[in-house]
Write a protein that binds this ligand. Sequence first.
Ligand code: SF4
Ligand code: SF4
Ligand code: SF4
Length: 308
Amino acid sequence: MQSDTVDTSCHAAIAEAVRTEARRILSDGTVTAVIGYAASRRKGSTQPIVITSVDDADKLIFSAACVNNLAVYLTKAKKDVPRSGRIGVVVKSCDLKALVGLMGEAQLKREDLYLIGIPCTGVLGSVLQPAALLTTASIASKCCECTDRLPPGCDFVPSVQLPQQPRLEQRYTDEIARLEAMSPAERWEYWKEQFSKCIKCYACRQVCPFCFCEQCLCDRNRPQMVEQTPRPAGNTAWHLVRAMHLAGRCAGCAECERVCPMDIPLNLLNRKMARELKELFNSEAGFEVRDKGPLNSYQDDDDQSFIR
Ligand code: SF4
Ligand code: SF4
Ligand code: SF4
């Protein structure tokens, strides 16, 4: 299939606006640090950066290689960071959904953050070849179905016009439809085969903003809750625990899927779970701070059909 180039000409203006805003909020004391993206060692690649000085604002960039969901730095790492004031953070909409979810779970307070929102044309699906052009083939699957290219409710959003997108195929929707057309036995075989590839590296857990438990159930060995060696039964247990733990919470940032070295379609499972929760409980993760998710709140008219 021939792929079309995605117009990313707005990235230079976005990067310049982010640098200018970072300088302003650091110099006037609005924030004590800004978490954003900087150029990395390999040509075209990027990495997260935390800056605390106006002089470092020049390091901030934005490009299609800015894939990381920076929300993760506000959960796992925050215990080691002395609370020194409000933090600025660069967010795409999919990252913002994670931050909003974390606010609902009392992990973060809105007033402690200064949100620098990115008008987003999409990011690369893989950063193994970071200098690659953003095209309809190289764009991340999550971006093909994104309806939130302008993050709402941010403190600052660069004022740029988002270009018209070429037609993007709905990869998750198509794949979910393909799986739903299978018999339960065929679906089970599909997921068993996917889970059998897992090497239990836990990269998916480490990158997920919602996996912030100080001790993960899957690391417990007295008693052991989930087998830790990568074998079929333990792998299935790990993936079911993970899917259930994240159901109704997952922001769909697809970071878990991006970092999986075994190419397991984790976000396909996340999206399927999200669809189930929408259908059963009319609940979806988004931009509204909610203190109770669909699986930890009870309504008299909740659908009980799954336990009949
Ligand atoms: S899912 Fe949307 S907001 Fe997130 S990177 Fe893709 S286009 Fe941007
Ligand atoms: S489960 Fe995956 S897609 Fe969902 S929030 Fe965590 S890293 Fe993002
Ligand atoms: S990142 Fe992939 S291989 Fe590693 S534990 Fe998660 S699913 Fe398994």
